[in-house]
Design a binder for this molecule. Structure first.
Ligand SMILES: C[S@@+](CC[C@H](N)C(=O)[O-])C[C@H]1O[C@@H](n2cnc3c(N)ncnc32)[C@H](O)[C@@H]1O
Length: 262
């Protein structure tokens, strides 16, 4: 190996420079480095959720997705829908509608249903507890679904309004190929929304949760709850997947697991 090409040679100077910058750039240290390290540690410390690489999921590694690049998780959700040949997709938590649009745009045979509260004032009447980050979505403009309004995809997107704790999901029960759980993130709401998601699933359906391992309510609920199928976290995303589809192989922690049958 040429001098200067070794990772080991970079360790000492990098640590020294990072230490020197730790005080003047403590905001970056706290927000990016510490947060990322804490998230990685939580993910690594989970006994029940196996981590798999995106590139090892059949049908996802070669997906070409056209969509918003502000958050690559939307693209991964849309690619999973393609790989699973989803005809129906139910999202709990619409916000601006960017994921709903990305899923609809990249899955032309898929009907998308997306649920959010009916308006800003509805936050006062939600049935279960919210956490502080949930409340951040209720400041500023009320722009739910704006990303798909007026687009050709809107013809396949049904906007639903209600609190996921008491919304009547029964017309959709047993019919959804993919359910995306991304509404309120308190433990109580994640528990409620997961129970509703399980009721919505078709016999070969899949649930995808956002915000793992970052948000404590999501992390704790998914780690403490027993499911009849394994939960998989996809590395370098916030997504955890439960699927009624057969796995190609069950593999040990940290291995390059293949998630779905080809
Ligand atoms: C993280 S955002 C959703 C982001 C969206 N899924 C996306 O990928 O762009 C969470 C959304 O959940 C909605 N929400 C919060 N509590 C809810 C509840 N009890 N029932 C339905 N929606 C809720 C919020 O209004 C907010 O729009």
């Amino acid at each position: 190996m040429e001098e200067g090409d070794s990772q080991r040679d970079l360790i000492a100077p990098t640590f020294l420079r990072a230490l020197k910058r730790a005080i003047p750039q403590r905001h970056e240290l706290r927000i990016y480095l510490a947060r990322d390290m804490w998230s990685s540690l939580k993910r690594f410390g989970s006994e029940q959720i196996q981590n798999v690489e995106l590139g090892s999921i059949a049908g996802v590694e070669d997906a070409v997705i056209n969509g918003y690049i502000d958050d690559r998780n939307r693209g991964v959700v849309a690619a999973l829908c393609q790989a699973l040949e989803a005809r129906t997709f139910f999202e709990i938590g619409t916000n601006r509608g960017r994921t709903a649009w990305t899923v609809a745009h990249n899955n032309p045979d898929c009907e998308v249903y997306t649920l959010d509260l009916p308006g800003r004032e509805a936050i006062a009447d939600v049935e279960l507890g919210l956490n502080a980050s949930d409340r951040d979505f209720f400041v500023g403009e009320w722009d739910r679904g704006e990303a798909y309004q007026g687009t050709p995809e809107a013809a396949r997107i049904t906007t639903l309004a209600g609190d996921s704790a008491n919304f009547d999901f029964s017309p959709y029960a047993g019919q959804m190929d993919v359910v995306f759980v991304d509404g309120a993130h308190s433990y109580e709401y994640v528990a409620n929304d997961t129970r509703k998601a399980l009721d919505l699933l078709s016999p070969t359906g899949t649930i995808i949760w956002d915000d793992y391992p970052a948000i404590p309510g999501v992390y704790r609920y998914l780690n403490e709850t027993s499911f009849d199928r394994p939960l998989r976290h996809i590395y370098e995303t916030r997504l955890v997947v439960y699927s009624r589809r057969e796995l190609v192989a069950d593999c040990g922690r940290g291995s390059r697991a293949r998630l779905f049958a080809a």
